[in-house]
Design a protein around this ligand. Structure first.
Ligand code: FAD
Length: 301
């Protein structure tokens, strides 16, 4: 068996991976951080973060750049590459694409936004269907838009669309009650151009050269109707990106990786943090707590 190139390798430079790699390096662990080029991950497209503590009010892209700077200062070895496999070599895990290896690998591969999977969605993506209000919202100033979803991300992006001047923003909820935190729900209720439509399911997104409407079913009344709209913003949850984990690492029903109290999966030496981890609660504060915990687990041996 060859000697490891590093003591730990963190895969994924979203918020969780960046903070974990820095915490590991600051704890004296020789650490590589590997990313597929999408620095910052999910926060990259968030124009104004809402996060109690030091990150509140920052843009996600600025924060990611700042965190990478801190990681490099701490001595993290940052490398680019999309990793497709982990090879077990005795006690070590090797990344064939980059020819690096370590006894501990931290999967910080995060999650991707789920889509609705309804007719019209894929065809009209970029033509009125979007998953980023901060990137595309300005195109809809003075227009009617809908936001599909009931969690924090849906409410945060809907509030942004209302604030920049969409004439109406309608949040479409599948169920009766939003899952978003009360602060978001209260601000939505106070916005004159924002309304919530409960118990409805999107059946189809309509339009030829661009979005013209959505066909929805009222689940309470069992009736279908068409809502005219120019934009459809979809925030219906996250799908953990865990394909890289070895088959012996157990997953929960969502595909997220289960861990013990040291954040180690059932594959020895493979750890996971952030949105790829089963039980992750979803905020930057939770990811920062994971980063501290992983540094303690790996540096402490
Ligand atoms: C729209 C939206 C708004 C949000 N707003 C807030 C907010 O205001 N405040 C807050 O506290 N939280 C917010 N969140 C939640 C927060 O963004 C996430 O909890 C957090 O960013 C998760 O970070 P992560 O590093 O675990 O995952 P990710 O951000 O998904 O990062 C994973 C990284 O791993 C990389 N990667 C994946 N697979 C591979 C591979 N095979 N090889 C190499 N690299 C790989 C990806 O490219 C990515 O860079 C928001 C979420 C969304 C969706």
């Amino acid at each position: 068996m060859t000697a490891p190139t590093h003591q730990a390798i963190v895969i994924g430079a979203g918020f969780a991976g960046l903070t974990a790699a820095t915490a590991l390096a600051e704890s004296g662990v020789q650490t590589a951080l590997v990313d597929d080029g999408y620095l910052g991950g999910l926060i990259t497209n968030v124009g104004l973060l809402e996060a109690p503590g030091p990150y509140d009010g920052l843009s996600g892209a600025d924060l990611a750049g700042d965190l990478l700077g801190r990681a490099m200062e701490a001595g993290v070895d940052y490398q680019m590459g999309e990793i497709t496999a982990l090879d077990q070599q005795g006690r070590l895990w090797a990344l064939p694409e980059l020819e690096i290896s370590a006894p501990s690998v931290v999967l910080a591969t995060g999650a991707k936004l789920r889509t609705l999977g309804v007719p019209g969605e894929e065809r009209l993506t970029g033509l009125g269907v979007s998953q980023c209000a901060f990137c595309d919202g300005a195109l809809y100033i003075g227009q009617d838009v809908v936001v599909v979803g009931g969690g924090d991300a849906a409410f945060q992006e809907a509030l942004h669309l209302a604030e920049i001047g969409c004439s109406s923003v309608t949040i479409l909820l599948r169920g009766d009650a939003p899952r978003a935190q009360p602060n978001f729900v209260e601000r939505a209720a106070a916005a004159a151009n924002l309304s919530i439509r409960r118990n409805c399911k999107v059946l189809e997104i309509l339009g030829d050269a661009g979005v013209e409407g959505v066909r929805i079913r009222s689940t309470a009344a069992g009736q279908d109707e068409t809502l005219p709209t120019y934009g459809v913003f979809v925030f219906v949850g996250l799908e953990p990106r865990t394909a890289l984990a070895p088959p012996q690492a157990s997953r929960d029903s969502t595909g997220a990786l289960s861990t013990d109290n040291r954040l180690q999966t059932s594959a020895p030496g493979i750890f996971t943090i952030g949105a790829a981890r089963s039980g992750y609660r979803g905020s930057l504060a939770d990811a920062a707590a994971d980063a501290e915990a992983i540094a303690r687990a790996i540096a402490g041996g």
